[in-house]
Design a protein around this ligand. Sequence first.
Ligand code: SAH
Ligand code: SF4
Ligand code: F3S
Length: 469
Amino acid sequence: MDLNTIERDDIGPAADSAPAPAGTAKKVFVKTYGCQMNVYDSQRMTDALAADGYVATDAIAEADLVLLNTCHIREKAAEKVYSELGRIRDMKAERAAAGRELLIGVAGCVAQAEGAEIIRRSPAVDLVIGPQTYHRLPDVLARVRGGEKIVETDYAVEDKFEHLPQPKRAEVIKRGVTAFLTVQEGCDKFCTFCVVPYTRGSEVSRPVAQIVAEAERLAEAGVREVTLLGQNVNAWHGLGEDGSEWGLGRLLFRLAEIPGLARLRYTTSHPRDMDDELISAHRDLPALMPYLHLPVQSGSDRILKAMNRRHTASDYLALIERIRAARNDIALSGDFIVGFPGETEADFEATMELVRQVNYASAFSFKYSPRPGTPGAEMTDHVPEAVKDERLQRLQALLLKQQQDFGTSLVGRTIGTLIEKPGRQAGQKVGRSPWLQPVIVDEKAGEIGDIIQVRITRTGYNSLFAELA
Ligand code: SAH
Ligand code: SF4
Ligand code: F3S
């Protein structure tokens, strides 16, 4: 599965759970849009609702509560929510005719950005809850069941992570041997195209002890690989167990000490927050996987400035050089925006040139989408849609070629693979490479949770085929 895809609407339920005892328990269906942090948040909301008596279901028809965990990053992402709400509204009406209730909740970044406007546009919605108040979900639901409509989008003063229940061990086991763990949330960078500082609030780091305790719980339940999450994950900092200020590099070393945790990753990082300690971790910490998602957005200094990225293309290239000097087999991934206001053909060509120089193992590229309330949307020199389309096509062709070349370069090599789940075809299991590619192996090659050495035999479209080395 593609871990970085934004606007993903095929994630389905955040988690499924044991069947309800004799049809008594209330059921919740959660649909997740957007980034990995939403996937994590959906799990935490499911955990909070489980403590409140709700059982998760992946059949929307059975649900007493439908919760959409939404994404506001691009217009398309936000609009999907309203078309989905239209469908659910019809379901709710049918239910009401049959005398059964269906509650509809909207969470996530659209909830935070649009608040009460959502209920105005979609009156069937019962509750709107922003990312900073998920721990209040059970209370909010109690009031909703009492007939109120609720919009809860303030920035809570209490620490939501202190109040969100941890998942039961059985639930962690069901979710698999890889897990997300949010360590940092929010953003103070205010890139001029981006809604995240408005939807997630300002940068907050979770305390070391909280993170370690959560990682230990995951490891005890059999999780082998943890991906630390944050909108600016490498801006994470905290007071360490030794009384000194830690950065993400130091935290990674600490987490690597937890028995059972064999692999660590972090995403998404900002080029300005890659410090020496974090770069050294890539050299000195075997558990840290040699894969780094480091968005640059554009290769043109003029556009980078207009985007308020506060780094130049050559800053970025110099940084990549330092990272590669620390760990030469590191694979890079990035995010790109084409057609930012004022982008000329020469600016776009500078992006193509940067991509050629870096040589990415994977990447995500998007057409610029003006977002309400951001400075970018106020700019006047918008690029015509057809030009954006054409540039995106050229960029994606280059990125796809690089991704395929990277896969091909692995053929014949022996690599570590974490066995994750049964394959789609009988007789196969699917593992995960250090560089996040799915690795298809014979089912007898290892048990789920094993990290085995395999030789890559050939590449698939988005995956690798391998045999036991
Ligand atoms: N926190 C992450 C970004 C999250 S958004 C970071 O700082 O890297 C993921 C990606 O969506 C961004 O890197 C950017 O490439 C893209 N994106 C954000 N806003 C966008 C917009 N208005 N139009 C098009 N793409 C956008
Ligand atoms: Fe958005 Fe920029 Fe913050 Fe990333 S660093 S979340 S792109 S404002
Ligand atoms: Fe989307 Fe919010 Fe994530 S806008 S990308 S769900 S932080």
